[in-house]
Design a protein around this ligand. Structure first.
Ligand code: MGD
Ligand code: MGD
Ligand code: MO
Length: 773
C-alpha cells in the first residue's frame, strides 16, 4: 500500500493537539512511590472536582461491579473479584465512569455556534470535554454545521444509503469493545442479513494475535484461566502490559500473590509501576497505614520484540535440565495431550544461546533466572497484553508462550495456563457474540437456522482492509458502533482520507470526538445511552451482559437518569437502522428491543456456550463460558494441543535505527485523554515526547528533554514524521524508544500490519530520531 504525495505533505502540517493545553512546562521526575494508594486517591479527587461529579461519582462507584445489581465498569476487562470484596475498583475505572457521567452537554446550540471546520482545529481533549451528546445530528454541507435530525429521518438516511449500494460489501460495520452482548448480536445479525461480513473491530488492533495463536495451539481463541487460578498459581509471568495504568485491578492479584509467596516475573522493556510495589487501593487498612506490598520478584527488560527469544530460551533451559532432572518436563502430559513436541525440542536445541541473547537483548544468566522460576513452580500462569500482540510476529510469540506452558503441563489444572489481558470491557464478548470478519461455517449455519437469514459466506474486511477499501472507494458507508476510529486507527492522514472518501459515515457515540469531525460526504452522529444509565424499554428497565477477560458473563444494569431524554439505547439504534435498511426483514427488530430477554433467548439458541442464557446470566456472579482447552479438550486438527515451531524473527534494529513502541499514558483511555501527565513514569505537562535510552541520545547529540524529529520508514519505504517531540532519558534498553498513542499513529503506515494477524504493528515502528531541525 503506498501513500500518495499530498498525504505525506499533510503529515508535516501540525495536527491539533490531542491532550489539553499543558498547565505548565514539561517535567520529568522519576516516580518512586508505590502504584495506586494515595497518589491514585488524590488524582481521583482532583478529577471528580473538575468534572463536577463529587456527589454522583462516588455514589455510582459504590454500585459498580456488584453481583448483578450494579453496572459493569466500562473500563478494562479485568474480572470482578468474587470473594465478597465488593469495592474492587480502581483510579482509572473511577475516571472512566465519571467521564461518562459528566454534567456537561453538547446540544444543538453548540453545533449551531461552531462549524465543523472550526471544530477541526480543536484538540481532542476539548472536543470530548464538551460533555455528552444529546440528540441525533446530521452534517449539513452547505452551512458546514451539524444540524438536528429526528431519529426517524436519521434511520431513513442510513436505510436509503445502504439500500442504494450495488453490493452490501460496500458498507463496513466497526465495533468498539464497549458494546454489550445483546447489541452485539443484533449488530452482526443486521450486517449479515444485509449480506456482508465486513465487521472490523478494535480487537483487530488489539488481541487478534492472541485469538489466532490460541485457536491454532489449543483450539480456543481465549485464555483458559480464571481469577481463582491467579490466586493459586506459584508463578506469574506478566509480559508486555502496563497493569498499574491499564488493568489496575490486577495490582490486587499481584499483591495477594506476593503475600502468599508466589513468584512474579515482569517482562517489559520498561519497568512499569506494577513491577515495583503497590498500596492495595480498596484495602482501607493498607491505605491508612501506607502499607505497601511488593508486586514483583524479578524484572526483565528485553528489547522491543525480544520476548519470543526469551521464551524460547526458557524452553531451551527446561529441555536441557530435563536430561538430568526428569521432573523438569511433564512427559506424561506432553505425550498424552500434545503434538509436534519432537520438532519443537529439536528447534530449541538448534537455537544457539548467542542468538537468543542477541534477539532478546537479555543475558543468558537472566534468561536462566526466568527459566529457574518457571522450572521450580508447580503451577504457572503466563499473562500478556499489547507488548506481545502488536508485533509482526505476535502470533508466533503467543504460540511460543503456549509451547512453554505445555512443556510442564501448565494447562487444564488449577493455577496454570495462558491468560491474555483484554482491553475494552466487552471486547471478548463482541467476538463471542459474532463480531468476526472471518466467521466459521458452523457459526453461520446455526445463525442461518435460528434467525432464518442467509448469511454471506465470503470473509469480510477487518480494520486495516476496511480503511484501504474506503480509501480506494470500494467501501462507501462506514458505521462506527462506539469508539473513535479516526484517531485509533493507524496512519492518521490516510485514515482521515479514507473516512472523507465515504458517501456516508455514521457514528454511534456518547461524546463528541475526532470521528465526528473527520467524516464522509454525508454524516450522522447518533447519541446513545452509556452503561451507567437506565435503559427503559416497553417491558421495563433492561440490562445487558458483558464477558470479561476470563470468560465470565454477567449482567450490567445502569441506574443513572440518561444524559438526555433523546438518547436511544444501542440495541434500539441498531434495530432502527436495520428496519430502515431491510424494510421487509422477517427479523422482529422492534420486538427484540422491547425486552432484551428476547434477544438473549435467540442468542441461547444461536451461540455455543449460551444455553439457558437468561437464567444463568441472573445467577449471582453470572456464568463462565466453557473453555474446552481447560478440560483438555482440544478442538485442533490433531485433537491435541499443538506445539509450534516458528523461526525466531530478527528484531534487532538496523544500525542507526530504533524500534519504537506506541503506548498509553496513565491518564488516558485510548483516544480519551484526561491530562498531559503520566504519573507513574514521572511525566508532567507533556504528551509529545519520546522515551529513549540516554546512551542512544548521547550518540545522536540529543540533550535531556531536547527537541527531536522522529522519522519512521514503512515496509514500502515511505517515510512519516513527527517533529519537535521532547526526548526523555529513560530506563529502556538501547535501540528501543517509546511514546504515546494516538499521537504516534501518524508514524504507523497502514500497510505495516502483521502478516500473521493482520494487526497494525504498533509496538515496533522502525524509526530514526535526530535533534530537531
Ligand atoms: N486506564 C486505561 N486502561 C485501559 C486502556 C487505557 O487506554 N487506559 N486501554 C484498554 C485497552 S483497549 C487495552 S488493549 C489495554 C492495553 O493495555 P497495555 O497492553 O498495557 O497497553 P499499552 O499502553 O499499549 O502498553 C503496552 C505495554 O507493553 C510494553 N511493551 C512495549 N513493547 C513491548 C515488547 O516488545 N515486549 C514487551 N514484553 N513489552 C512491551 C510497554 O512498555 C507497556 O508497558 O488496556 C485497556 N485498559
Ligand atoms: N498507535 C497505537 N494505536 C492504537 C493502539 C496502540 O497501542 N497504539 N491501541 C489500539 C487498541 S488496543 C484499541 S482497543 C483501539 C481503541 O479504539 P476505539 O475503541 O475505537 O477507541 P476509544 O478511544 O476507546 O473510543 C472512545 C469513544 O467511544 C465512545 N463511547 C464511549 N462509551 C461509549 C458507549 O457506551 N457506547 C458507544 N456507542 N460509544 C461510546 C465515545 O464517543 C468516545 O469518544 O486503539 C488502537 N490504536
Ligand atoms: Mo484494545
Amino acid at each position: 500500500m503506498s501513500t500518495d504525495q499530498d498525504e505525506t505533505t499533510a503529515q508535516d502540517e501540525r495536527e491539533p493537539r490531542v491532550g489539553p493545553t499543558p498547565e505548565g512546562d514539561p517535567e520529568f521526575r522519576p516516580y518512586h512511590h508505590p502504584a495506586a494508594g494515595w497518589g491514585a486517591a488524590k488524582s481521583v479527587t482532583n478529577f471528580l472536582v473538575r468534572e463536577g461529579a463529587l456527589v454522583d461519582g462516588p455514589r455510582a462507584i459504590m454500585r459498580m461491579n456488584h453481583e448483578n445489581t450494579g453496572f459493569d465498569c466500562p473500563g478494562c476487562a479485568w474480572p470482578d473479584d468474587t470473594k465478597g470484596l465488593h469495592l474492587d475498583i480502581c483510579e482509572n475505572g473511577i475516571k472512566h465512569v465519571t467521564w461518562e457521567m459528566t454534567r456537561k452537554r453538547v446540544g444543538r446550540e453548540f453545533f449551531a455556534a461552531h462549524s465543523v471546520t472550526e471544530l477541526a482545529g480543536w484538540s481532542d481533549y476539548d472536543l470530548e470535554n464538551e460533555g455528552r451528546l444529546t440528540e441525533p445530528m446530521v452534517y449539513d454541507a452547505e452551512s458546514d454545521h451539524y444540524v438536528p435530525i429526528s431519529w426517524k429521518e436519521a434511520f431513513a438516511l442510513v436505510g436509503r444509503t445502504l439500500r442504494g449500494l450495488d453490493d452490501p460489501n460496500r458498507a463496513t460495520f466497526y465495533t468498539s469493545g464497549r458494546l454489550g452482548n445483546e447489541a452485539t448480536f443484533l449488530y452482526q445479525l443486521m450486517a449479515r442479513e444485509l449480506g456482508t461480513n465486513n465487521l472490523p473491530d478494535c480487537s483487530n488492533m488489539c488481541h487478534e494475535a492472541s485469538g489466532r495463536a490460541l485457536q491454532a495451539s489449543l483450539g480456543t481463541g481465549k485464555g483458559t484461566v480464571d481469577l481463582q487460578d491467579w490466586e493459586t498459581a506459584d508463578a506469574l509471568f506478566i509480559f508486555g502490559v502496563n497493569a498499574a495504568s491499564n488493568a489496575p485491578r490486577m495490582l490486587t492479584a499481584l499483591a495477594e500473590a506476593h503475600d502468599r509467596g508466589a513468584q512474579i516475573v515482569h517482562v517489559n522493556p520498561l519497568v512499569e509501576a506494577a513491577a515495583t510495589r503497590t498500596i492495595v487501593p480498596h484495602d482501607f487498612t493498607d491505605m491508612a497505614l501506607f502499607k505497601t506490598t511488593k508486586t514483583s520478584t524479578l524484572n526483565l527488560q528485553p528489547r522491543i520484540g525480544g520476548d519470543m527469544a526469551l521464551v524460547r530460551g526458557m524452553a531451551k533451559a527446561i529441555l536441557e535440565q530435563s536430561s538430568t532432572d526428569p521432573k523438569a518436563l511433564d512427559r506424561e502430559f506432553v505425550e498424552r495431550h500434545t503434538s509436534g513436541f519432537e520438532e519443537y525440542r529439536a528447534l530449541c536445541e538448534a537455537t544457539p544461546w548467542e542468538e537468543l541473547e542477541r534477539q532478546s537483548g537479555l543475558s543468558r544468566d537472566d534468561i536462566l533466572k526466568a527459566a529457574r522460576v518457571y522450572g521450580e513452580a508447580d503451577r504457572s500462569i503466563v499473562s500478556w497484553c499489547l507488548g506481545i500482540t502488536q508485533h509482526e510476529h505476535g502470533v508466533d510469540t503467543v504460540r511460543e508462550i503456549v509451547n512453554l506452558l505445555l512443556l510442564r503441563g501448565n494447562l487444564g489444572r488449577e493455577g496454570a495456563g495462558p491468560s491474555p489481558v483484554r482491553g475494552h470491557s466487552n471486547v471478548q464478548g463482541n467476538r463471542t457474540c459474532g463480531i468476526d470478519h472471518r466467521p466459521g461455517e458452523e457459526f453461520l449455519d446455526r445463525l442461518a437456522e435460528v434467525c432464518g437469514i442467509d448469511p454471506p459466506r465470503a470473509h469480510g474486511k477487518d480494520t486495516v482492509n476496511s480503511i484501504k477499501a474506503m480509501h480506494d472507494g470500494d467501501i462507501k458507508v462506514f458505521v462506527g458502533m462506539g469508539g473513535n476510529f479516526a484517531l485509533a486507527a493507524p496512519d492518521t492522514p490516510y485514515t482521515y482520507a479514507a473516512l472523507r472518501n465515504c458517501e456516508l459515515t455514521v457514528q454511534v457515540s456518547t461524546k463528541l470526538n475526532r470521528s465526528h469531525i473527520v467524516h464522509g460526504r454525508q454524516a450522522l452522529i447518533l447519541p446513545c445511552l452509556g452503561r451507567t444509565e437506565k435503559d427503559h424499554q416497553r417491558k421495563g428497565i433492561q440490562s445487558t451482559s458483558v464477558e470479561d477477560s476470563m470468560s465470565m458473563v454477567h449482567l450490567s444494569i445502569g441506574m443513572k437518569k440518561p444524559a438526555s431524554p433523546h438518547l436511544l439505547s444501542e440495541p434500539a439504534i441498531i434495530a432502527g437502522m436495520a428496519r430502515a435498511a431491510l424494510p421487509d426483514s422477517a427479523t422482529p427488530w422492534e420486538w427484540y428491543v422491547e425486552d432484551y430477554d428476547r434477544i438473549r433467548d435467540t442468542m441461547a439458541r444461536a451461540l455455543d456456550g449460551f444455553e439457558d442464557f437468561n437464567r444463568r446470566v441472573r445467577l449471582p456472579l453470572g456464568f463462565r463460558i466453557k473453555q474446552p482447552a481447560r478440560e483438555l479438550v482440544f478442538l485442533t486438527p490433531s485433537g491435541r494441543a499443538e506445539f509450534s515451531s516458528a523461526e525466531l524473527p530478527d528484531v534487532v534494529p538496523a544500525a542507526g535505527t530504533l524500534a519504537l513502541g506506541t503506548m498509553r499514558s496513565h491518564d488516558q483511555w485510548n483516544t480519551t485523554i484526561y491530562s498531559d501527565d503520566d504519573r507513574y513514569r514521572g511525566i508532567k505537562n507533556c504528551r509529545t515526547l519520546v522515551f529513549m535510552n540516554r546512551a542512544d541520545m548521547r550518540e545522536r547529540g540529543i540533550a535531556d528533554m531536547g527537541p527531536v524529529d522522529i522519522t519512521s520508514t514503512a515496509k514500502d519505504g515511505s517515510e512519516r514524521y513527527l517533529k519537535g517531540y521532547l526526548a526523555v532519558p529513560y530506563d529502556i534498553p538501547r535501540g528501543c524508544a517509546a511514546g504515546y498513542m494516538p499521537e504516534m499513529n501518524v508514524l504507523c503506515a497502514l500497510g505495516d500490519y502483521s502478516t500473521q494477524s493482520d494487526q497494525p504493528i504498533m509496538k515496533h515502528v522502525k524509526v530514526t530520531i535526530a535533534p530537531a531541525s
